[in-house]
Design a protein around this ligand. Structure first.
Ligand code: ZN
Length: 336
């Protein structure tokens, strides 16, 4: 079985975006805000949005189950206030839930959290509980920077985040560290901001004792861990200079990386540097990079090919990457 731990509902029917537009237009004039019930999307529309996209690619690429969450760039936690984010997150999560209900063999849900800049993350707990307990979701996407590229929140290791972590541990759900759109023109959303956030989160974990406080808390750092594998020596050296324990002992029971690196040398580097137990297969299709690589003739995000092609990786290790590690990190997959 091949589990893709990173996919977003990027192909949701246009009605969802139109509803969001009305919501944004009504900011500052709440009486004009659209009601959730005004959004009408049929099951057929959902089927159509998936059949020619994620499901088609699953079939073509021979992957089985996608751990599926709302479109990351549309979370846009910086827009409006906590109430704006709450209603929008509910809508996005409910749409993902409907995808999972229509195709229970193909998708299992991960939720968007109703974060808002400067608002304590504990306010996200009710939506997390709803998604996990009522919808059967197996994780959440946690945005370390709800300001959208201006980085105003305390680091992920600050006690500011602890109430949410306590709930994650209780529910046995991991978080994928995932920022949303950048409204800072210095940072391109998918080319810079995402990778910056991945690298930043890792360095925050490295400098703290977060996992002493939460020994079973788990994070997936997507996009191959940003710059982390490439600069592993720098991180090891920094940890050593700071008298921190070796990285393996400090972080690798709790921090995992996905394979959303869109070329073979990158995947090989990831797998040479990061222990195989800490790498989860993912493609992030249909996502940031949708084109075909003229050098290979295949889609950049067809990441299964890169893993399959690595001949120095044993079959047992490939099985861990494709399935076993996801089952370990997303503990609730067992019940899903
Ligand atoms: Zn993503």
């Amino acid at each position: 079985m091949i589990i893709d731990c990173h996919g977003h509902y990027t192909t949701a029917p246009a009605e969802a975006e139109a509803w969001r537009k009305l919501q944004v237009q009504a900011l500052g004039n709440p009486s004009q805000a659209p009601h959730k019930a005004q959004l009408r999307i049929s099951d057929d529309q959902i089927r159509e949005s998936l059949e020619g996209a994620q499901l088609k690619l699953q079939r073509e690429r021979g992957t089985d189950l996608t751990i599926f969450s709302p479109r990351a760039s549309s979370m846009a936690h910086h827009i409006g206030d906590a109430q704006t984010s709450r209603v929008w997150s509910e809508i996005c999560n409910e749409l993902v839930h409907r995808c999972c209900q229509l195709y229970p063999d193909n998708f299992v849900g991960v939720c968007q959290l109703p974060q808002s800049p400067g608002v304590p993350p504990k306010t996200c707990i009710p939506e997390l509980e709803r998604c996990v307990e009522e919808f059967g979701f197996v994780g959440c996407n946690l945005n370390p920077d709800p300001s959208g590229g201006h980085w105003k929140e305390p680091p992920l290791t600050d006690k500011w985040w602890y109430p949410l972590y306590e709930k994650m541990v209780e529910l046995q759900v991991p978080a994928m560290v995932h920022v949303s759109t950048s409204c800072n023109p210095a940072f391109h959303t998918t080319g810079a901001h995402y990778l910056n956030a991945d690298t930043t989160a890792f360095m925050q974990f490295l400098t703290s004792d977060l996992f002493k406080d939460f020994p079973t808390l788990k994070f997936v750092i997507p996009h191959g861990g940003g710059a982390v594998p490439y600069h592993w020596g720098r991180f090891r050296g920094l940890a050593q200079d700071m008298k921190r324990p070796p990285l393996q002992e400090l972080l690798l029971n709790n921090v995992f990386f996905d394979t959303c690196v869109y070329h073979r040398p990158g995947i090989e580097l990831l797998l040479k540097v990061i222990p195989v137990d800490n790498v989860l297969f993912a493609s992030e299709m249909v996502g940031a990079v949708r084109g075909i690589d003229p050098q290979t003739g295949h889609h950049y995000d067809d990441t299964r090919r890169y893993v399959d092609a690595i001949d120095w990786l044993s079959d047992a290790d490939k099985k861990k990457i494709f399935e076993g590690n996801a089952r370990k990190v997303y503990a609730r997959l067992r019940g899903a």
